[in-house]
Design a protein around this ligand. Sequence first.
Ligand SMILES: [Zn+2]
Length: 442
Amino acid sequence: MAIPHSHYFLLVYLTLLFSSSLLSASAASSPQDEQDTPITRFQSYLRINTAHPHPDYSSAVSFLTSQANSIHGIHHRTLEFSPGKPVFLLTWPGSHPSLPSLLFNSHLDSVPAEPSKWLHPPFDAVRTSDGKIYARGAQDDKCIGMQYIEAIRNLRERNFTPARTIHVCYVPDEEIGGFDGAARFVDSKEFEELNVGFMLDEGQASPGDEFRVFYADRSPWEVKIKAIGPPGHGSTMYDNSAMENLINSCEVVSRFRESQFDVVKSGKAANSQVISVNPVYIKAGVPSPTGFVMNVQPSEAEAGFDLRLPPTADPDEMRRRIALEWAPPTRNMSFEIKEKGPLRDNMGRPMMTPTDDSNPWWLVFEKAITSAGGRLAKPEILASTTDSKYLRRKGIPVLGFSPMTNTPILLHEHNEHLQDTVYMRGIKIYESVISSLSSFTH
Ligand SMILES: [Zn+2]
């Protein structure tokens, strides 16, 4: 039977499609993936879609409950400070329960993913033949959530007994600010009762051989400046129009931005150690059906900036600069600052966890990494922000740490993935960190 040309191509196409999907299915799920191993358990956790705007927290908590139940002697409970936003807490009681406890934190949620931009579907947790596990959350931060559990499982199996009580918590909504998650948890009676002495939270991957560690976060400020002025005919030039005032301010902001950026470019400071300023919008003009009216000078103009302040910055000085230089009333300007997090703790100190001899937790942590065969890079300020701020604000020391070396930084990006061997090494690193910190009794 003769096949018309167009049908022939369709047939070839379908055959190719069918055989290629068979091939990718066999590559994606080899027999080892069906066994219950640390890697398959990690994949199972990654397959639960906890991306915003509709994170499936209840499935994540059921999965973590089953994991906690599979380890003898580990307690767990689910707290809820906002409806539908659970905090899952796992506890391994220490032999000296009066000592301040340790807390290991991770967040349940993740940012959304655009599946069409990914090599593998972002919630399939495909493990490629060369050992890369692709999933939203593979680096940020479901890896650490599962590594904590696996490390505890291994330590339990070796009959390790912690002196200090160990808590592991899984909080909702970190990616949208943590207001209904860590913020409420940390302010609760339940948190107070944990008597936390030290916390480890998420960090970031390191493209090199050294583990990165973070002793502070930067605090985001949303700054809007607005100019008003007389509207007018487009044929006349006059002083103090809204657009003229806004543009003058944008030049002032731009010079400040350059002064900060120059410090980074000259190598005198890391990006996260300066005040970063990025313009995000400019709003002005009188709309017309085809765009904007071109012969009217607008009476209002507004611009928005995303600022990130390290804890070393002086917030009063920055507020003064914005009020007097960026949006001076003498140029008919006003401003609004939304400070998205604190820069000072409850005692008024800059929110930084010491990474020197003055902090005994630091010394034990550093030694635990070395004795597990790892090396720490020079401690850094995190360029962005995490839930750590809620504990640092209370004066509790927190380090940000995710044990991923030789790994591209892919958090929030397309094709987020983690190498299986890097994941497995991270479990060993946490075994050392958890056993050392929980044995330290001074
Ligand atoms: Zn994260």
